[in-house]
Write a protein that binds this ligand. Structure first.
Ligand code: NAI
Ligand code: MG
Length: 480
């Protein structure tokens, strides 16, 4: 029995106003799509339709690219850098002022707990604008020569797991470096991007500097293939990342790709076990495990395996799954029926291949998409659940005996986005970290993000870095 009973603590939705229908944001105005088509976006916690969203076709994309080009050549590239910076500061401040509205809307459209949208997604999105606002007039220190130049018009395609945060990761550095953008949010989570369009109007950002076109993968491909696009910035699946790389091969377009992951979270025998258990939970159950850098492969030193798993199960039994608007909720809804089906398919494969499943006992609501926090023990390297990105609240547990073996197992993946190392010895952490082929390595913590810190992967986890000085270089060319 859980000795603590929680009363419901629902965040009010009164602060958000959701329109019945949303148009495209092109050249500073909301315009009806030439396609004439709209598609629904739902709240994954109850499957109710929240609004209809415009489905942009190639003509719509062309108009958006045209607006971005005009804004680039006539206004944005001519504006003194310090002036550009002021707009970013203004956007950052408005995001802070309207943070609660953004957080509630994000939770409604995405299914993530309000605790996370309120405390992580939206504050970090604002932080990205603040950070990059400061860079706008200091680009000579970005490491791309003394007079770096922007690319021009950037096409940006983002996923549904951190809709507003991924928008900030893309838009803030692009604008700070003097580019203009055509951005497409993911089809299940367009609402905060459309609210951001209103913020651009509120900040009096010159028309056409930011254009938001909504739609599914076809609209994304229209952006990628448009000849007026100078650079693509994409975050999403490795599969689509490869498609994009193939589409732009042989063109003048450059790309940054932030793709999938299958991160190892390594627990050495000398780690502080209780803290490590918190880190494991945060590593895989944060945002329902819809996290590219999730610690989805737990590598435990063999002699502490049973102790860690026992404590982990006790901790997992206290995870609260349910209404994402409840401030006590830890795990919200799975973002879509398709993602839930993918999680279920891989979990079934895990059992069929011989791993042992344990799911936390929790009540699953009657409507909406949900998956109980789950671990698999007895996983071997060849199992699909050890190799493929599940992108859900499912942890695969493997063991190792020596640090060397931990490193070999950790690196035995086509991905290389992130990793975690838990040990009380700094020397062991550094020894391990220097051998891990991963872009981000956390020591005695997990899933910590900062706009000043570059983020990105090795191998099939992507090309390039986002954030920090490294991230700026992805939007700048050396002048010659
Ligand atoms: P996805 O890669 O299809 O979608 C990401 C974005 O790309 C969306 O905006 C989508 O509309 C767009 N897109 C889709 N096809 C495109 C194309 N041909 N050209 C241009 N843009 C295109 O990801 P999806 O289908 O939502 O999720 C599938 C799996 O991908 C997940 O189960 C997960 O494993 C992985 N994923 C990884 C993410 C990450 O952050 N690393 C984010 C989202 C998904
Ligand atoms: Mg939705």
């Amino acid at each position: 029995m859980n000795p603590f009973e929680y009363s419901p603590a629902l965040e009010s939705t009164a602060i958000v106003e959701i329109a019945e229908r949303y148009n495209l944001f092109i050249d500073g105005k909301f315009v009806t799509p030439k396609s004439g088509k709209y598609f629904p976006t739902i709240n994954p916690a109850n499957e109710k339709v929240l609004a209809k969203i415009a489905d942009a076709n190639a003509t719509d994309v062309d108009l958006a690219v045209g607006a971005a080009r005009a804004a680039y050549s006539k206004v944005w590239s001519k504006m003194p850098a310090a002036e550009r910076g002021k707009y970013l500061f203004r956007i950052a401040r408005i995001l802070q002022e309207r943070a609660r509205e953004f957080a509630v809307l994000e939770t409604l459209d995405n299914g993530k707990p309000i605790r996370e949208s309120r405390d992580t997604d939206i504050p970090l999105a604002a932080a990205h604008f603040f950070y990059h606002a400061g860079w706008a007039d200091k680009l000579q220190y970005a490491g791309v020569g003394i007079q770096p130049r922007p690319y021009g018009v950037v096409g940006q395609i983002i996923p549904w797991n951190f809709p507003m945060l991924m928008l900030a990761w893309k838009v803030a550095p692009a604008l700070a470096t003097g580019n203009t953008v055509v951005l497409k949010p993911a089809e299940t989570t367009s609402l905060t991007a459309l609210l951001f369009a209103e913020v651009c109007q509120q900040a009096e950002l010159p028309n056409g500097v930011v254009n938001i076109v909504t739609g599914a993968g076809v609209t994304g491909a229209d952006i990628v293939n448009h000849p007026g696009i100078d650079k693509i910035a994409f975050t999403g699946s490795t599969e689509v990342g490869k498609l994009i790389a193939t589409s732009i091969a042989g063109t003048k377009k450059s790309a940054t790709l932030e793709l999938g992951g299958k991160a190892a979270n390594i627990i050495f025998e000398d780690a502080a076990i209780d803290e490590a258990v918190e880190g494991i939970v945060n590593g895989i159950f944060f945002n329902q495990g819809h996290v590219c850098c999730a610690g989805s492969r737990l590598l435990i030193q063999e002699n502490i395996h049973d102790e860690v798993i026992e404590k982990l199960k006790v901790r997992m039994a206290h995870i609260r799954l349910g209404n994402p608007l409840d401030k006590n909720t830890d795990i919200g809804a799975i973002n879509s029926a398709a993602q839930l089906a993918k999680i279920r398919e891989l979990v079934t494969a895990g059992g069929a291949e011989g791993a042992e499943q344990w799911s936390a006992p929790c009540e699953i609501p009657g409507e909406g998409f949900w998956f109980a926090p789950t671990i698999f023990t007895g996983v071997s390297q060849t199992h699909r659940i050890a190799r493929e990105e599940i992108f859900g609240p499912v942890l695969s547990v493997l063991t190792f005996r020596t640090p060397q073996e931990a490193v070999e197992k950790a690196n035995n993946t086509p991905y290389g986005l992130s990793a975690g190392v838990w040990s009380e010895k700094g020397s062991k952490i550094l020894w391990t970290a220097s051998r891990l082929r991963a872009g981000v390595i956390w020591a005695n913590t997990f899933n910590k993000f900062d706009p000043a810190s570059p983020f990105g992967g090795y191998k099939e986890s992507g090309w390039g870095r986002e954030g920090g000085r490294h991230g700026l270089t992805a939007y700048l060319k050396a002048s010659n």
